[in-house]
Ligand binder design. Structure first.
Ligand code: 9MR
Length: 463
């Protein structure tokens, strides 16, 4: 009897044991996923991420503007996702969001993951430093001008441009209205209207005026392109133009780019321009000499003469060519400074490349004008909106170049000029010249005159 009882007990124990085992297999609870920090946070979204949960088939994603998930971003309440991440889109810039996930299979839904907080960023979402550029640039140990490229039509009193220019900038360059083609309509015939307006604006408002540019192969008026006289007569036309323009603005314009972009992009050669063809290899020196003579004759003995070019930091044969040109001018005591245009990108040139380039001018005792600064963020056309990643990369690049410039010896500083105010009016987006097929955001202000992070980066470069 005792033995029978023991047997019943034993079998009951085994039965219970195996029964509970079966139960476990059927009711294996799905673990809650672990949500990870988001990636690719941009103005209007982010990529939410989480870890794999064994036996799960999909995940349910919640996105909310409140930590307790009492409401959900439209489309993101238990949104089924089969991957381990999801790009959340359509959000508002500068706003805090929360996300969490649950794992799911045919029969079960797990508990909630941890909650991740993420703040989207955007032009209006991030408070930028409102300090005025020139105010801060005037307070550094060795101050310099902060320049802006302008067009005459922008200078109407009370306009957005006018207010920002007066507040923030201490130098102006004409974006195109002081070039030869708009000014020189025929031999000895000049249209001064737009250029005069720009110069008068600078003079009236205590803003330095940099003259850009006397001789440039891309701004040759048709009458001079088609000039049928001899080469010597061609040279006389150029001399007359330089003399008349420098005389007209003597005492009103502090500096001129005398020759612009005379070095070729390939092989460190001279660019094969109409000026080289018709005036020979000494044409640059001649132009500088005529500019100097005109200024002196008009009583302006402090006019600064610059040679201006682009892409010298990355193109070393071109850099060498520019410094050969400069050495030649320097040997005749005709040059005061070099304009480094700096149409850069968020990736290039590197800090070291820029420093090497500028230091060559320092060792020659020349003034340095960063003359046309802008920083592309979409040169490869891989973004369609101004993403947070590029915004921050651009900010760092602006900061870097301002820092490099500010660290130059006092004697080598002149101005750092940005090539345009608002992104939507920059020459960069869709530029056929650059083969830039997409939009871009290369400047310091957005299309509504709001300062961008690049502007904050500029200020931080002055720290
Ligand atoms: O940005 C300028 C654009 O508005 C003009 O149409 C163009 C032609 O005059 O010149 C652009 O500025 C150039 C500058 O004068 C020299 N370096 C290259 C700049 C971009 O082409």
């Amino acid at each position: 009897m005792k033995i029978k009882f023991l047997l019943i007990l034993t079998s009951l124990f085994f039965c219970l044991n195996s029964c509970s085992k079966d139960d476990n297999e059927v009711a294996a609870t799905l673990e809650a996923p672990i949500a990870n920090a988001p990636k690719e946070v941009v103005d209007n979204g982010f990529r939410a991420k989480w870890n794999y949960v064994s036996n799960s088939k999909s995940y349910l994603l919640d996105v909310s503007t409140n930590e307790n998930f009492t409401s959900f971003v439209s489309g993101y309440e238990s949104k089924p996702v089969t991957d381990l991440n999801e790009v959340v889109v359509g959000l508002t810039a500068g706003t805090q969001y929360f996300y969490r996930v649950r794992a799911k299979n045919e029969t079960e839904i797990s508990g909630y993951s941890n909650v991740i907080s993420v703040v989207t960023t955007g032009l209006s979402g991030i408070p930028e430093d409102p300090t005025f550029l020139k105010v801060k640039a005037n307070k550094v140990a060795n101050p310099f001008f902060v320049g802006m490229a302008v067009k005459a039509a922008q200078l109407t009193s009370g306009s957005g441009y006018d207010i920002i220019l007066k507040n923030e900038f201490s130098s102006i360059s004409a974006e195109y209205e002081m070039k030869m083609d708009p000014i020189s309509t025929a031999s000895g015939v000049y249209n001064w209207a737009a250029a005069d307006k720009i110069v008068a604006y600078g003079n009236a408002n205590g803003i330095n005026v940099h003259g850009h540019a006397l001789v440039w192969h891309n701004a040759v008026p048709n009458w001079l392109k088609d000039f049928s006289g001899t080469d010597a007569e061609f040279a006389l036309e150029v001399k007359k133009y330089i003399t008349d323009v420098v005389t007209h603005y003597a005492g009103k314009v502090k500096s001129w780019d005398v020759v612009n972009e005379a070095a070729d992009d390939n092989g460190g050669n001279m660019r094969n321009t109409i000026f080289l063809q018709r005036m020979g290899p000494n044409y640059i020196k001649d132009c500088f000499q005529w500019a100097r003579d005109a200024a002196n004759a008009a009583g302006d003995t402090s006019l600064l003469l610059f040679y201006n070019d682009y892409a010298t930091s990355t193109n070393i044969p071109k850099q060498d060519r520019v410094f050969t040109i400069v050495d030649d001018l320097k040997a005749s005591n005709l040059i005061d400074g070099i304009g480094f245009q700096m149409h850069n990108t968020y990736l290039s040139p590197t800090k070291a490349q820029i420093e090497t380039d500028l230091n060559r001018a320092v060792t020659k005792g020349l003034k340095i004008h960063i003359s046309e600064l802008d920083i592309q963020v979409n040169q490869s056309n891989d973004i369609s909106t101004f993403t947070n990643e590029r915004r921050l990369a651009q900010k760092e690049k602006y900061k870097e170049i301002v820092k490099i410039y500010n660290a130059l010896p006092a004697a080598n500083k002149y101005a750092l000029t940005v090539w345009g105010m608002k992104d939507n009016e920059s020459w960069i987006p869709y530029s056929t010249e650059l083969n830039h097929v997409g939009n871009d955001w290369p400047l310091l202000y957005d299309s509504n005159f709001a300062v961008k992070s690049s502007h904050t980066g500029f200020l931080e470069g002055l720290d």
